[in-house]
Design a binder for this molecule. Structure first.
Ligand code: PGA
Length: 233
């Protein structure tokens, strides 16, 4: 089974999210491909409601490690579950880059979400500088060191230099990075970073790539559906 997840980032408030989910509901998505959307927190309730009774899963984009407490601006796993959310992204590079997320806080979030019964897509990936220095594999090993295999855990390999830039890792580069991670952790793995309808098939054909985490191209139903079709095995 392959998995395609759409990371909407800070796009689509409740009204737009509702419209997008209604269009997705009417769209013919392929069997045998697990489809997930990750709306912003404020659009989760609307998305869950509109997609109820479909096979499309709704995930959050982040989640705190405590169940409740004095953590202004954070949202917990029990709160997401109460809303009908299935899982969450954790450790996206934008959170590491702009919001002080570290390997340690990412691991804490992953652990707590799995404990609470949420599915988790944990994101890892090297920066351009790290790749140029030949440090890619060491960085990936360090980033996944805090995770343990779990049936609800998926890892997304997203080279930071490929996110939102139109530059994609070559299928060989992605395959190699996935192999490095799979040696440490035998869980399904998604590739992310400028996945588009015209490059999805060759990336998804790699044996160690089990799906894709899609940013920009998930905001349009046509391109997202085309990527889902490219994931048919
Ligand atoms: P992109 O984003 O597809 O727009 O590069 C991927 C992501 O950040 O998850």
């Amino acid at each position: 089974m392959s998995l395609i997840a759409g990371n909407w980032k800070m796009y689509n408030g409740p009204v737009e999210a509702g419209e997008l989910c209604r269009t997705l509901r009417k769209t013919d998505l392929p069997d045998g491909v697990e489809v997930i959307v990750c709306p912003p927190f404020v659009s989760l309730a609307e998305s869950v409601q509109v997609l109820a009774g479909t096979e499309i899963g709704v995930f959050a984009q982040n989640c705190h490690w405590e169940a409740e407490g004095a953590f202004t601006g954070e949202v917990s796993a029990p709160m997401l579950k109460e809303l009908g959310v299935y899982g969450t992204l954790v450790g996206h590079s934008e959170r590491r880059q702009w919001f002080g997320e570290t390997d340690d806080t990412v691991a804490r979030r992953v652990y707590a979400c799995l404990e609470a019964g949420l599915q988790v897509i944990a994101c890892v990936g090297e920066t351009e500088e790290q790749r140029d220095k030949g440090a890619t594999h060491a960085v990936l090993r360090r980033q996944v060191a805090g995770f343990e295999a779990d049936q609800n855990l998926v890892i997304a390999y997203e080279p930071v230099w490929a996110i939102g830039t139109g530059r994609t890792a070559t299928p060989d580069m992605a395959q190699e990075a996935h192999e490095t991670i799979k040696e440490l952790l035998d869980v399904p793995m998604l590739y992310g970073g400028s996945v588009k309808p015209d490059n999805a098939a060759e990336l998804l054909a790699q044996p160690a790539i089990d799906g894709a985490l899609v940013g920009g191209a998930s905001l349009e139903v046509d391109s997202f559906a085309a990527i889902c079709r490219a994931a048919i095995r």
